[in-house]
Design a protein around this ligand. Structure first.
Ligand SMILES: [Fe+2]
Length: 322
């Protein structure tokens, strides 16, 4: 049985009532967006002849996603995070704001208020003894190649099992999360451990959706960055380590060619000693170029709910020195 009722006056009037068009209160924008969204979904139900069973199983899936706080995980899987990036890239191009290291998705696992260090930080608490030491360094420059001293480099990444501190309560506070202020030459240095890639939890609602699409939920090993400096556009980005099975097959669509970085294994003891390390270790170099802007709004990260962000802003959590 296929019925097409979407375009009838009865349904069209019904949609207007559902979206509150005949009510004084509420938000005009919310009404417009909900009207469009519901209109499109109602049409889809006609076009695909959606059964009540299918509809209610979708409702149940949404409930499960909410219960497990997985909307933030499914969103990149369905390309929303990357689509927002594509829109911001297009807006930048329109405004003539080109150049600089490309942005890519933030993901849902940033935690505000990480310890601040000058020039160099040790990011791991030493408990992940299976992990290989990572020496992560780079220089922050403007698009003319001039170093930006004091640039703020916030770094966060997963441990050798693919888990993030705070969300993984077995890790110590702010493990593998630091804010490093670049030195006089715009350089930052971090001693950490090589992160592992990770997958969405097996059998989770996000996994169920991806399976229905015949897709996997794996991400390659990657490292997240916020980089900012006065007079420059705030950069949200991440690097994917070359050589991971999923470097070019990331379920979250974060990979960009310019952001794939070599991880170089160094076994020479003298080279290690130069960095105050013991061989073997893995070196990762990521230089960052920030575009200039006078617009203060573009100089800081856009607002979104983030773990501990309000607490960090209110100064309730005093970051300890790294
Ligand atoms: Fe991540």
């Amino acid at each position: 049985m296929t019925v097409k009722i979407h375009d009838t006056p009865e349904v069209q009037n019904f949609l207007k009532a559902v979206a509150g068009f005949d009510q004084q209160g509420g938000s005009h924008r919310a009404k417009q967006i909900l009207h469009r969204l519901l209109s499109d979904v109602y049409r889809l139900m006609d076009d695909f002849d959606v059964t009540p069973e299918e509809f209610w199983s979708a409702v149940s899936l949404l409930n499960e996603l909410g219960k497990e706080s997985q909307f933030g995980l499914l969103a990149p899987g369905l390309g929303f995070d990357h689509y927002l990036d594509m829109r911001m890239d297009a807006a930048d191009e329109q405004a003539g704001l080109t150049g600089g290291t490309p942005r890519t998705i933030e993901g849902p696992l940033y935690v505000a208020g990480a310890p601040v260090a000058e020039g160099e930080a040790c990011m791991d608490d030493g408990s992940d003894t299976d992990a290989e030491v990572m020496w992560l360094t780079g220089q922050v420059r403007d698009t003319q190649g001039k170093p930006i001293p004091g640039a703020q480099v916030e770094i966060w990444h997963a441990d050798s099992k693919g888990n993030y501190s705070f969300f993984d309560p077995s890790q110590s506070e702010y493990n593998l999360r630091r804010t490093i202020l670049a030195d006089a030459e715009g350089r930052y240095r971090a001693r950490s451990i090589i992160p592992s890639g990770y997958g969405v939890p097996a059998g989770s609602p996000t996994d169920q959706v991806l399976k229905l699409l015949g897709r996997h939920g794996q991400r390659p090993a990657h490292i997240h960055f916020f980089v900012s400096a006065p007079g420059h556009r705030h950069l949200t980005t991440q690097i994917n380590l070359a050589g991971d099975e999923y470097t070019y097959d990331d379920f979250a669509f974060a990979t960009r060619e310019e952001l794939v970085v070599e991880a170089t294994r160094i076994e020479d003891a003298a080279e290690a000693a130069k960095r105050g390390l013991e061989a073997p270790f893995t070196e990762v170099v990521f230089d960052v170029e920030l575009a200039s802007t006078a617009d203060p709004e573009l100089q800081s990260r856009h607002k979104r709910p983030r773990a501990l962000e309000d607490e960090a802003a209110a100064g309730k959590r005093e970051p300890a020195e790294a």
